[in-house]
Write a protein that binds this ligand. Structure first.
Ligand SMILES: [Zn+2]
Length: 314
């Protein structure tokens, strides 16, 4: 049964949409965040369902954006924004974190259908080694052990602050106990997949070497994560890497300064919000397109809800 809270939220969102109070702000740059794109039957078996939209849900989001915004890659949108370009429909950048193979399999066809370009962020050492990001390894191991999504999320959060080596040992141990390997569809994309995205006009950016929480890294390690990942993409794909995406969205002043020094043009966090013209280029805010937070009280994806969410913290 729908709660009173949901009812109030729905009517508020509907009212705001009707009066246009949440109309996209022309002066702001909106950056939308996606992670995995999985068909519903795969998402049902994925340990972090909140990090995945289905191709149908992605189609809903892109239909909404295309009607209201001037969409593009982050490099392109940022360049226009920085130069003071304010098109009638405001600028919106589409970003996909983590470099998952499902982005090539399931996001690319939807983007192609809409004629939209996006930015994809790759953890380059992990792409090279064909391994998964540690949180997925933990998630699949715990799922094989019968843990619920809530318990999995909690255990994963607890592992986040550990230093990378210590965490690696914990993850290895967990996988050994679980005795299960993650499914083939959960893999990161290959360099060939990234090449295909590039060929179709999408942007490839860096998401570090190994997806550590950068504020916990030493200066040397931080610099390597920023500089070497950039160089790896540039060498493999023959492009200039322009933008960076902080693993887990985590950045502080030291990390932001090091990212600027590494030669990027801007970088994105996971702090919710849109960006004013005076926004710090290396601490840009984004709006996470969570598949379950954009529904009305009947559980149906709602453009009024999405508009309401996007209007927060402008
Ligand atoms: Zn990530």
């Amino acid at each position: 049964m729908a709660s009173l809270k949901h009812l109030v939220r729905d009517s508020l969102a509907w009212g705001l949409e009707r009066t246009g109070l949440t109309g996209a702000k022309k002066r702001a740059l909106t950056i939308a965040t996606f992670h995995r794109v999985l068909p519903a039957e795969l998402r049902a078996t994925y340990p972090f369902p909140g990090l995945a939209v289905t191709p149908e849900e992605l189609d809903f989001f892109l239909t909404f954006f295309r009607a209201r915004y001037t969409c593009g890659t982050l490099a392109e949108s940022w360049d226009r924004f920085r130069r003071g370009d304010r098109p009638e429909r405001p600028l919106l950048a589409l970003t996909f974190d983590d470099g998952q193979q499902d982005n090539v399999d399931h996001a690319l066809p939807v983007l192609r259908r809409h004629g939209l370009k996006a930015s994809f962020y790759l953890p380059t050492d992990l792409i090279e080694e064909r391994t998964l990001i540690w949180h997925d390894r933990v998630g699949f191991a715990l799922r094989a052990m019968g843990e619920s999504p809530d318990a999995i999320a909690e255990r994963t959060e607890a592992l986040k602050p550990l230093d990378p080596e210590h965490r690696e040992a914990e993850v290895d141990a967990l996988e050994r106990i679980a005795g299960a390997t993650p499914p083939e569809w959960a893999r990161l994309m290959t360099w060939e997949g990234a090449e295909q995205l590039l060929t179709e006009g999408h942007e490839i950016g860096s998401h570090s070497l190994r997806h550590p929480l950068l504020p916990t890294c030493s200066d040397t390690r931080l610099r390597a994560e920023l500089v070497e990942s950039k160089a790896a993409i540039e060498k493999r794909l023959g492009i200039r890497v322009q933008t960076f995406c902080y693993p887990n969205g985590d950045a502080d002043e030291r990390v932001a300064a090091a990212t600027a020094a590494a030669g990027y043009e801007c970088a994105v966090t996971t702090t919710w919000g849109t960006n004013h013209p005076s926004a710090p280029p290396f601490l840009l805010r984004r709006c996470d397109m969570h598949p379950f937070h954009t529904r009305d009280r009947h559980g149906i994806l709602s453009s009024a809800q999405l508009q309401f969410r996007l209007s927060r913290q402008l």
